[in-house]
Design a protein around this ligand. Sequence first.
Ligand SMILES: O=C(O)CCC(=O)C(=O)O
Ligand SMILES: [Fe+2]
Length: 347
Amino acid sequence: MSSNPLEIIDISNITPTTSNSILKSLQTQGFLFLDGHDFTQAEVDHLFCISKQFFSLATQHKQQYAIDSEDRGYATFRQENLDPDVNKVGDPKEAFNFGGFNFTTGDASNKSLPSIFTESENKIALQTISKKLYALSIKVLKAIAIALEISPEDGGSDWFGVRHAPEKTSMSTFRLLHYPSVSSMDSNQEIRAGAHTDYGSLTLLFQQKGQEGLQLFEPNASKDTDGKGTWSKVPFVESPNADYRSSGKAAPIVMNIADQLSFWTNGLLRSTLHRVVMPVGDVDRYSVVFFFDANNETELVPIPSKLVKESEGKGKGIEAITGDDGKPLTTKEYMLRRFKATYSKGH
Ligand SMILES: O=C(O)CCC(=O)C(=O)O
Ligand SMILES: [Fe+2]
């Protein structure tokens, strides 16, 4: 197994120690592995099976569900470009986005869905997974609120919870991704997903053994790099907990901080640059990503925390994204700005 640069944190119980370890990893690397979640391996296998079946459909069929202005639906090969300054032809991948969630039911509100996602067993699996992803994200945000010592008068450990209410609209997106193998592409391209930071609150990611390629950028990770930083591989890891492995729990889930949580904390938490590179062998990569965002009208204002106050002016703070009129942007306004720059062919 390749070496792992990230902490693996068990979040089955949110204690002050767990909360502080989460905060520390998110301050230094912006990435970590979550263990002690309640996803089973069978559930994750089913999810990847649904994904594979969808992507194996004819392109013409998939394009009937073309991505819309709300970022929902199918993005075809090379439609998305996460690093347009460097990549002129778009990323060599395809994706399907579910959005407009009601997390109390787990239902997305895409205008139409291919039948593979609505067949009863698959539909129930997708609803269950969406609800679990919501619950896991809220749990992590609660731990972050505890570590940030937000006082009860200011909202306490529910500070994030009220801004990520399950039934209120948000831009949260559940995304299936497929990066075709090199041979099927006949290309020398090395990057599968260009370098970028994510846009919302936090991101959760499932990947499969033998299909690695995700890398994160670590500034000044090594003295050899002249202060420029290095790209570190994010491997697939098994749980270090033998009970979890033997009881059929899924492997630890990759988690990273996205831009808005970085803004909210005056840059105390790092929204880390990451990318996906080609694998060593000739393999496809399937990954599943959950981008979790605050409710649409949430204003991007600093979190009432002493730690956040102390980092004012030190990191990428709110001032970097306030509108020209000096008013704070809302979550949705910020997301729409970023989407505009990401799609090479538009929606
Ligand atoms: O496929 C992956 O591992 C990462 C994808 C990603 O970073 C993204 O879609 O934002
Ligand atoms: Fe990303």
